[in-house]
Design a protein around this ligand. Sequence first.
Ligand SMILES: [Zn+2]
Length: 42
Amino acid sequence: MKKELTTPPELICLCKKCMYTWTPRKDHPKACPECKSRAWNK
Ligand SMILES: [Zn+2]
C-alpha cells in the first residue's frame, strides 16, 4: 500500500504580507520565514 505524500492544506501557512506559503514545523509559527513578519497571519 502506498501512502499519499500530499501535505494536508491545514498544515500550510500563508503569509498575508508577502503571500509566501510554507509548511511550519510548529503549529503556530511566530514569524514568516520569508519576510520575517510577525503579523503574517493578519
Ligand atoms: Zn511573509
